[in-house]
Design a protein around this ligand. Structure first.
Ligand SMILES: Cc1ncc(COP(=O)(O)O)c(C=O)c1O
Length: 466
């Protein structure tokens, strides 16, 4: 921290006379917080210096001097995200139409309308709606396999992602080769991918993820695709609305898969989008999406049920006008985090601001520095005491999940950066219902935690030296 725990944060108020105005402003929260920090200090002290346990409650006194307003917990939980809600009258109009037509699914008029709007909004030529992104990834993978049909099919992807990415691979019984991530974008590292290919030959597909809306190295992956002939399938679940040089992110690679889950910037409760580079893919991808059936009941090939219902599409259409205001509000909130944390040396923003990229501000994710006395996990726990529910996104790494044991033995991946990063990322609340005051308060709490921990750390060091 560059600033110390000054009177600005802890006004010197006499403890007992300073009665709490309500239960949420109780100074007990400070004591509780301090206890945690003291416990932490003890563990740190013992493990690092092997000196006998000290009584750190002396230092707690510093922390108990007052309880400024901003340190009271939020009256109710502030979760890391909250789904966009449609206007009731608007969604009712759509529902009435569904109920009178009785078209609930099978590519009805709302499905067609939503696909049309998305094509324009995402700036892509070819696009299919599906019932979720996980299934979307599976369709793209199955498509790739059917075209290449190698003897020993395997897929390369990142372990630093939501389980859906590599589970889609495993669910189709393909071997999963994890490769490390780039320390700047936190997306799959092209050099690490090429190293895997040099050892194991070309895979069926490579799946880079545009993590937290950061764009993976598009050029490097495109040149690897050309060199080795695999299918390039981007997991764009976090990248709805992201553009590069004015082009929709979905126009890169062979396939790009977006999630329309309720936690996303724009949603249909459950849902997903598959974009594809070649219009000729539409025929086989269409079969894969709908039981291999064309028309009413003639089955031509393999397929599953990946259709998005009219009800889901109606929700998407009812929310449509909220997309741009939501991104604008998220940007405003994100900028407060970025500005307030610019003075906090223990936190680094994960989002990259590249001139060519239009960001969507989907996530307020930060890296907690390895030099911090308060680890990411402790920070999450302490924030809970203030009713701030942060997310340890993505932890654990997928490579730590037991179903990938065989793949680890086979490919022996080196995942140094991913292992380090997954212990350090924290995703803080960001969604359009929050206001700038809420975000400022969260930043004050975070700053307080770091400042308090600095005081304890300094005290320990002094004691150790003395
Ligand atoms: C990176 C990533 N990929 C895939 C998915 C899966 O999306 P869905 O829930 O639509 O299947 C998610 C969901 O959050 C995700 O974060």
């Amino acid at each position: 921290m560059t600033r110390s725990l000054s009177s600005e944060f802890l006004p010197p108020v006499k403890e007992k006379k300073n009665k709490p105005k309500n239960k949420h402003e109780s100074p007990l929260i400070l004591l509780e917080l301090s206890k945690d920090l003291v416990e932490l200090a003890r563990i740190w002290h013992e493990s690092k210096d092997n000196i006998a346990q000290n009584n750190f409650f002396d230092h707690v006194k510093v922390l108990r001097q007052g309880h400024p307003q901003f340190l009271s917990p939020f009256p109710s939980e502030i979760t890391w995200t909250k789904a966009l809600k449609p206007d009731t009258r608007r969604i009712s109009r759509y529902l009435k139409k569904i109920f009178s037509s009785r078209i609930f699914s099978n590519f009805g008029p709302f499905h067609e309308e939503l696909e049309k709007r998305l094509r324009t909004y995402l700036k892509v030529e070819n696009l299919f709606l599906v019932n979720n992104a996980t299934i979307g990834l599976m369709l793209a993978l199955r498509f790739a396999y059917d075209k290449l049909r190698p003897k020993n099919p395997y897929i390369i992807t990142t372990p630093f992602t939501f389980p859906a990415t590599s589970h889609a691979v495993k669910f189709l019984s393909f071997d999963t080769a994890f490769a490390d991530i780039d320390p700047h974008s936190l997306c799959l590292c092209p050099e690490a991918v090429e190293n895997v290919i040099k050892k194991h030959g070309p895979p069926v597909a490579v799946i880079p993820v545009h993590v937290f809306g950061n764009v993976a190295d598009l050029e490097a992956f495109e040149s690897l695709r050309r060199k080795y002939g695999f299918f390039l399938i981007y997991d764009s679940a976090h990248a709805f609305g992201v553009e590069v040089n004015g082009k929709g992110i979905g126009s890169y690679g062979d396939f790009s898969v977006f999630s329309l889950h309720a936690t996303k910037i724009f949603h249909t409760a459950e849902g997903g989008i598959v974009t594809f580079s070649d219009p000729a893919y539409a025929k086989d991808l269409g079969y894969l999406r709908s039981f291999g059936i064309k028309g009413v009941d003639t089955c031509f090939s393999l397929g599953i049920n990946a259709k998005l219902s009219e009800l889901n599409c109606a929700l998407g259409l009812a929310l449509w006008d909220k997309i741009e205001p939501a991104i604008k509000k998220r940007k405003q909130l994100y900028n407060i985090y970025a500005q307030e944390f610019s003075e906090v040396t223990y936190l680094h923003p994960v989002m990259r601001h590249l001139p060519a990229v239009r960001q969507n501000y989907g996530y307020a994710t930060f890296l907690v520095s390895g030099h911090s006395f308060v680890t990411r996990d402790v920070l999450c726990d302490l924030l809970k005491k203030f009713n701030v529910i942060a997310r340890k996104y993505f932890s654990p790494l997928l490579s730590d999940v037991p179903c990938y044991k065989y793949d680890l033995e086979k490919f022996k991946p080196v995942l140094k950066t991913a292992e380090d990063v997954s212990k350090k990322t924290i995703t803080l609340p960001i969604y359009p219902d929050l206001n700038t005051g809420d975000i400022k308060k969260i930043t004050q709490i975070v700053k307080y935690i770091f400042q308090a921990s600095d005081i304890i750390k300094t005290s320990i060091n002094n004691k150790a030296l003395g």
